[in-house]
Design a protein around this ligand. Structure first.
Ligand SMILES: [Zn+2]
Ligand SMILES: [Zn+2]
Ligand SMILES: [Zn+2]
Length: 321
């Protein structure tokens, strides 16, 4: 009986050892991954590593920091050599680290120090120029317009007079120095003669930004010739001016005469005082005569028309007894 029990114990031990060995092969020791970071984050990245299994980590550079050229990786107390025992792949705002499986054999510490960028105030447009597409003019904004463009109201920019729905602009800009860049749609059509463009300028630090607001509009002044605009072809809707008995009204906009004469509007009424007749000369009543149409009137306003005959008072007659 004693021998049987020993055999049982021995079999049990072998079985247990077998299970333990299998488990050990399937999952090796688990090591911790610790990050010592400045200006970078390792959110969501692994915090543990399995022995013999390659480890990939991506560190993200925080805004206002510059991705470092190198990082440190320690396994236990040993610092690994970059390019030999681990590899990095650097992009503008992140850096990827790969540690081959053969070096994953202890607790891992990743140290990365990103340098803080100096916040710049150079998100300034020093100049912006635009093509006035309608007439292919090349125009620069004034200093005053550039300053206004940085306010919330923006600046108003009058484009050359052109076709209201067919004109377009192409913007070009230079920033104050090479450390700022500007972004906008590079051209825009002026619908109904208007268009607002926002130019976003970002300084080198990637944090300091400024919007420049440009309201383009077409100068509405037409260039009239015979009642038609020589640039856009629009016909003048004549308005204003006053017609007289001999002259048509002159349009306030295009300065051309239009419409009909007004037979009731006499401009130059010449006044003649009443004159008593004598025995030798005829007299006349007080009257007004229009120098334009030659009509006679008994009132200064020129409303009561009379005829020449009506103005004449016959000579006095000397009666002989
Ligand atoms: Zn016009
Ligand atoms: Zn007109
Ligand atoms: Zn008249």
């Amino acid at each position: 009986m004693k021998i049987k029990r020993w055999i049982c114990v021995l079999l049990c031990m072998l079985l247990c050892a077998g299970i333990m060995t299998t488990t050990a092969l399937a999952a090796g020791p688990i090591y911790s991954v610790t990050y010592e970071l400045t200006g970078m984050t390792a959110d969501g990245e692994p915090v543990s590593a399995e022995k013999g299994t390659a480890l990939g980590i991506t560190l993200t550079t925080m805004q206002g920091y510059e991705t470092p050229d190198s990082i440190k990786v320690k396994v236990g107390e040993n610092e690994l050599t970059n390019g030999d025992e681990f590899y990095i792949y650097k992009m503008e705002d992140w850096i990827a680290v790969t540690i081959p499986g053969e070096y994953v054999k202890g607790d891992i510490t990743v140290t990365a120090t990103a340098n803080k960028l100096n916040l710049s105030d150079n998100a300034n447009l020093s100049s912006i120029t635009y093509y006035d597409g309608g007439l292919w003019n090349y125009i620069s904004l004034s200093d005053e317009q550039l300053q206004e463009a940085a306010t919330t109201e923006g600046t108003e920019i009058a484009m050359s007079h052109g076709c209201l729905d067919n004109q377009f602009i192409i913007l070009e800009n230079k920033t104050e120095d090479s450390k700022a860049s500007a972004k906008y749609d590079d051209w825009a059509r002026l619908k109904d003669g208007k268009c607002t463009v926002i130019v976003k300028v970002t300084a080198e630090d990637g944090i300091t930004t400024k919007d420049y607001i440009l309201h383009f509009f077409i100068d509405p002044t037409h260039t009239w010739e015979d009642g038609e605009c020589t640039i856009c072809g629009e016909k003048c809707q004549h308005t204003g001016g006053t017609a007289t008995c001999t002259e048509k009204a002159i349009c306030d906009s295009c300065k051309q005469s239009y419409g009909e004469t007004d037979p009731n509007n006499h401009k130059k009424l010449i006044h003649t005082k009443a004159k008593e007749p004598t025995y030798t000369e005829e007299g006349n009543i007080e009257y007004w005569k229009c120098s334009g149409c030659g009509k006679y009137f008994s009132d200064a306003a020129g409303t009561q028309e009379i005829y020449y005959e009506d103005t004449v008072i016959r000579k006095r007659i000397r009666y002989r007894p």
